[in-house]
Write a protein of this length. Sequence first.
Length: 294
Amino acid sequence: MMKNTITSFILLVAFSLCDIANAQVKAIFNFDTPYGQNQAVGKHVEINGAKIYYEEYGKGEPLLLIHGNQGNIKTMGNQIDAFKSKYRVIIADSRGHGKSELKTDALSYEEITADWEGLVNHLKLDSISIIGWSDGGIIALKMGINHKTKIKKIVSMGANLRPDATAMPYSVVLKTWKERMNIESKITEKDTTRNWKLRKQYYGLMMDQTPIPLSDVSKIKAKVLIIAGDEDSVKGEHSLEIYKSIPNAQLCIMPGATHFAPASNIELFNGITDRFLSNPFKRPNSEKVEFIGL
């Protein structure tokens, strides 16, 4: 079941990327610890009417890891491995993913965001930082907008504010719509090879999301790193747009990287993220430079 879920996640993200001739992207999910299936640390808690499964690793300041659409705890195992020696890493299967219950007819970012805010309250976390990937990046930004939890820093990887061609390449939007039509066809045919009704909710989550106004994004008080690959499924100009709308933000477009970077360009992504989380935040001005030794 776990292998099938990860395969679905890989196919979904690969499907969402621009066509790149002869591209070879290898997403690595090999870990010594059974992330997502770790009976020694795994727990369920009921939040907003659904049982949400989560795991914790390490000690220190709380660091939430939020996975993407059709992902699960294991898909962010590379970040658990990297940060559990420095932080109290908390990661959950989002509603309707992994071991967490669905309990809804239409997944929404608002509902998943409320689940994460509920988990923070359940664990009585005073102040947190967040790493969110794809849908997880959207949820992290929404948590920052809501101000219902005290957030120090947010790393938002491959997030978008609206599900259209102003935020994503037209080819990505077109392919996503085609897959949605395929899902509808499978449901009509009563095909049983996959859980098509659940997949319909996953695609609805992506495609029916309520656009997030830039005026809302500007309300984020946390320090934010907007990060994406230079061949991401989100347009570079959209990542730039998000960055410019947040008062205390930094922007990083990773060279030679895709939407898969947290699992394919692991050292690059984790290194940039670690630097942002560890160092004091700065947004320097090119007009105020001191030249030393010139």
